[in-house]
Design a protein around this ligand. Structure first.
Ligand SMILES: [Zn+2]
Length: 223
């Protein structure tokens, strides 16, 4: 998909590559990656760095400049083909969906009309998807022109647009765009006029998410 302006950050790509994200965040990251060539390429680079460092650090004491050399060597490599998502996320049994890319269609087991939507007021509907408990992920259906009600969030929040677009105090987010909102950020997303906005949004508690990043950096960087 072209025209994507808002991407995953390095911390998320690194944590996804290391397999340390909660399931809810992994689903949002995998869905964005399935829509975004840039982040798919960036993930391949992270996977290569992680693999190379893990191989080298088992018995050999690395020179201080080893990481820079490794990164330079990886950057000099020709690009790899598309990354492979875990088999459970990509097997062909998921129904084809016009709105939901395959990692997500697998969770929903269908298309927009198959979702078990619940009203949360003012025409906005949501459906919480079953994942492990460290974080939660939901589909949001926001009618054109409507505001997302009751939008206080306590943790890091990832919001991926699947259809339509929303605006908040910071920018416009269209199909494929992902907004990474800090716990301290207060924002009020409003769906654009025209088409209903359908998003995939994951949230967690801030302390939990912050604790993931130092942990995943340790095996790579030996700190
Ligand atoms: Zn991207």
């Amino acid at each position: 998909m072209t025209g994507i302006k808002h991407h995953l950050n390095d911390a998320l790509l690194m944590a996804y590559s290391a397999g340390t994200l909660p399931e809810a965040f992994s689903l949002v990251v995998a869905t964005h990656i399935s829509m975004c060539d840039d982040c798919r390429a960036a993930l391949a680079a992270h996977d290569a760095v992680g693999g190379a460092l893990l191989e080298d650090t088992a018995e050999v004491e690395l020179a201080p400049e080893a990481l820079d050399k490794c990164l330079a060597a990886i950057q000099a490599l020709p690009p790899k083909g598309p990354i492979k998502l875990p088999k459970s996320m990509t097997n062909g049994s998921a129904p084809r969906s016009s709105v939901f890319p395959s990692p997500l269609a697998e969770y929903v087991k269908g298309d927009v009309e198959d979702v078990n939507w619940r009203s949360v007021g003012l025409g906005v509907r949501q459906a919480i998807l079953p994942t492990s408990k460290e974080a939660s992920v939901r589909l949001l259906y926001i009618p054109a022109g409507a505001e997302v009600p009751d939008h206080g969030h306590h943790g890091t929040e990832l919001t991926l647009v699947l259809q339509g677009a929303f605006r908040d105090e910071f920018d416009r987010f269209g199909p494929g765009d992902i907004e990474v909102a800090d716990p301290n950020v207060e924002h009020t997303p409003v769906a654009e006029a025209g088409e209903a906005c359908i998003c995939l949004a994951a949230t967690d508690a801030p302390l939990k998410f912050r604790s993931i990043l130092p942990k995943i950096a340790q095996p790579f960087l030996r700190i």
